[in-house]
Write a protein that binds this ligand. Structure first.
Ligand code: SAM
Length: 284
């Protein structure tokens, strides 16, 4: 590779839709490196063809075996340079590459980032949700039960939550978020970023379920879902003295779940909030 130290692994970000988002440095690296390790060589061939890049490709994907990893390490050890790309965005971010980078670094070989697009960063930059602290959760479990359990574990997370989601599960996932995190929790769905049908929907989780249900086109494409963090200060704002009195009496006669349900019926308050409140009183 001309003008660059040999034997380095470059982690190169590629566009997530709009090809103009590739950086000049990424193009130079892909042109000048000895090999490009790609998640899907057929998919990446289109990108390389578009930019007239003829560098030979080798496959490196999630299911690549140890031999493939060793082959790349061997190339690097021999002084060849290799650029890792994924189908879209930044490799390793919900994409293959972690094991390769770990192994290559352990061997004392330099790993160089060639930064660029990442869907979650692009989405967060336009969401209007707190971005000083956030948690990237990647893809949630595909099965409903596992997903609900997973969301339960995030119920009291105060930082902005960021998820990746596919068209197959977007409605089911947003519905589960509504049920577990609360219908009034604010969220933003960023769809098809940098592409023709780019859409950013915002609202509380119930209104987002309604929007997706009303227009099935909103369920198509690729999604970043961002949910506002849990607000501790507002936690039990709705539990006034009279509600707390009512709950205390109900709890003398009923288990927590039933007491919360009964109180919710009588006051119109959220059953989940009442349940959580009762749990906290028990722990005091
Ligand atoms: N490595 C990529 C990155 O840096 O963002 C992510 C790869 S992950 C396999 C693919 C997921 O990223 C999609 O299912 C979707 O959740 C999100 N994604 C990718 N491109 C997107 C786009 N143009 N708009 C919204 N979300 C996108």
């Amino acid at each position: 590779m001309t003008n660059q130290s040999p034997g380095e692994l470059y982690i190169v970000a590629t566009p997530i839709g709009n090809l103009e988002d590739i950086t000049q440095r990424a193009l130079n690296t892909l042109k000048n490196t000895d090999f490009i390790a790609a998640e899907d060589t057929r998919h990446s061939a289109k990108l390389l063809q578009y930019f007239n890049i003829t560098t030979p490709m080798i496959a490196y994907h999630e299911h690549s075996d140890i031999k493939r990893l060793q082959k790349i390490c061997q190339l690097l050890a021999e002084g060849r340079s290799v650029a890792l790309i994924s189908d879209a965005g930044t490799p390793l971010i919900s994409d293959p590459g972690f094991q390769l980078v770990k192994t290559v670094r352990e061997q004392g070989i330099n790993v160089v980032p060639i930064p660029g697009v990442c869907a979650m960063v692009a989405a967060l930059s336009v969401a209007g949700l707190p971005s000083d602290r956030f948690v990237f959760e990647g893809f949630m479990p595909a099965k409903k039960n596992a997903r609900c359990q997973y969301l339960q574990g995030l119920l009291r997370e105060e930082r902005t939550l960021i998820f990746y989601e596919s068209s197959h599960r977007i409605l089911a996932s947003i519905s589960d978020m509504r049920d577990i995190l609360g219908s009034d929790r604010g969220a933003v769905i960023a769809r098809e970023l940098t592409k023709t049908f780019e859409t950013v929907l915002e609202g509380d989780l119930q209104s987002l379920v309604d929007k997706l249900t009303a227009d099935s086109n909103q369920q198509r494409g690729e999604f970043v879902v961002m949910v506002g963090g849990y607000k501790k200060a507002d936690e039990f704002a709705s539990i006034t003295d009279s509600v707390s009195h009512m709950m205390t009496i109900l709890l003398e006669e009923l288990p927590i779940k039933k007491a919360a349900a009964m109180c919710a019926k009588l006051t119109g308050l959220n059953k989940r909030d009442l349940y959580q409140w009762a749990l906290e009183q028990k722990d005091k």
